[in-house]
Design a protein around this ligand. Structure first.
Ligand SMILES: *Cc1c(COP(=O)(O)O)cnc(C)c1O
Length: 396
């Protein structure tokens, strides 16, 4: 039997190994089936083993997996075209992960600042944010748990409370080194924190007034997750920079940093790079994902299914004492309890349901965009039972 003996102790994985998947269903090595309401943490938006993605990457693999960014890559050009068409942005840098996409954004913001003769370019980041695990991105992250032990942190970030425009206005008055604001349209890791409906509009305005870049980390919210291709489209604004990863390759590692021409123009050959970033295989996956999302109209399906799931959960949990709030945007949903519920992670697994617990008290759901109504009903039923059982047992 395989074990964790030679794996670095960065995760404490559950004693379950999945062998195969189809759509929203995973099967473990004992043949037990699970309903996946987590999608590998917002990665497998099209569900598991989607035939269009499988075919695209297997075909590409028989032809060419990797060349180098020293040469043109047709899939990369095509994927960049498609992402720009969908987002209204102008240029793309491809990476292999979310953290690397954010690294590109941070480097771009610093170049942008130096070009304006700001010697200590500084980026406004938020409390309780998550931007990744590399040194720069963990420094940008608003969580001591992520940072502790890795000091000295990277300089050049100032922090503001999330969903608080006034605090950033105050920073604007007192700090002439600011070059950008980096923010998640919905905070995922800290438990589906949804800001006021006009928060991004106000941030856009503030960035315009101060000539700052608005940099949206859409690594979790992007690619249809919130019921729009990108969450900023709810606000009818456009960021200067946007980062993507997670669902872009449906599980094939790929990240992207998109920018407007104005922001992207600071990047010149030699400024930044990646050996693997945007290789033919990863971009074949990205192209297949977008094509499938378009042909199966998954963005509008995610919007509708998100409303259905939210309303069903709100209805079932409405009068349950101990449930503080049920909230969501598209298929990003959170159920906040008034007490810790970390044990629900393994309890749900036993019941054949995959979900995550954030900040000890919040159940996070990120089901695939292809979720059926029956599967949504099954999620609601299982969660309602789990939550009620937990709260009754705590009350007893
Ligand atoms: C997952 C995530 C990241 C980090 O992505 P990795 O691929 O793990 O490096 C960054 N920002 C947000 C909002 C995320 O959800």
């Amino acid at each position: 039997m395989a074990n964790n003996e030679h794996l670095m102790n960065t995760y404490a994985p559950m004693p379950v190994t999945f062998e195969s998947g189809k759509g929203a269903i995973l099967t473990d090595t004992n043949g037990k089936e699970y309903l996946d309401a987590l999608s590998g943490i917002a990665v497998c938006g099209l569900g598991h083993a989607h035939p269009a993605v499988a075919q695209a990457i297997s075909e590409q693999a028989t032809r060419l997996i990797h060349t180098s960014n020293l040469y043109q890559i047709e899939n990369q050009q095509n994927l960049a075209d498609k992402l720009c068409e969908l987002s209204g942005l102008d240029r793309v840098f491809f990476s292999n992960s979310g953290a690397e996409a954010n690294e590109a954004a941070i480097k771009l913001a610093r170049l942008y600042g130096h070009q304006k003769n700001i010697d200590v370019p500084t980026i406004v980041v938020m409390e309780n944010s998550f931007h990744g695990r590399t040194m720069a991105t963990l420094s940008a992250t608003g969580s001591r748990k992520v940072q502790a032990g890795f000091e000295p942190l990277v300089q050049g970030f100032v922090r503001a409370p999330y969903n608080d425009i006034e605090s950033i206005e105050n920073i604007a008055k007192n700090n002439s080194n600011i070059v950008a604001v980096m923010v998640e349209p919905v905070q995922g890791e800290s438990g589906i924190q949804i800001p006021d409906a006009d928060y991004l509009n106000k941030l856009r305005e503030l960035c315009n007034q101060n000539d700052w870049l608005l940099m949206l980390d859409e690594i979790q919210t992007g690619m249809g997750r919130t019921g729009e291709w990108f969450a900023f489209q709810h606000n009818k604004i456009k960021p200067d920079v946007m980062t993507l990863a997670k669902a872009l390759g449906n599980g094939v590692p790929i990240g992207a940093c998109l920018a407007s021409e104005k922001a992207a123009s600071v990047m010149k050959p030699g400024n930044h790079g990646s050996t693997f970033g945007g290789n033919p295989l990863a971009c074949a996956a990205g192209l297949a994902v977008i094509k499938t999302m378009e042909s199966e109209q998954l963005v509008s399906k995610a919007k509708d299914m998100g409303v259905y799931l939210l309303e069903s959960l709100q209805k079932e949990l409405a009068n349950v004492e101990g449930v503080r709030e049920v909230r969501g945007l598209g298929l990003m949903l959170g159920i906040e309890l008034d007490q810790p519920c970390t044990e629900l992670f393994s309890k749900a697994l036993e019941e054949g349901l995959l979900l995550a617990i954030q900040a000890d008290t919040i159940i996070r759901l990120l089901p695939p965009l292809i979720l059926s109504t029956e599967q949504a009903d099954a999620i609601v039923k299982k969660i309602t039972q789990l939550v009620i059982t937990l709260l009754q047992q705590e009350a007893a």
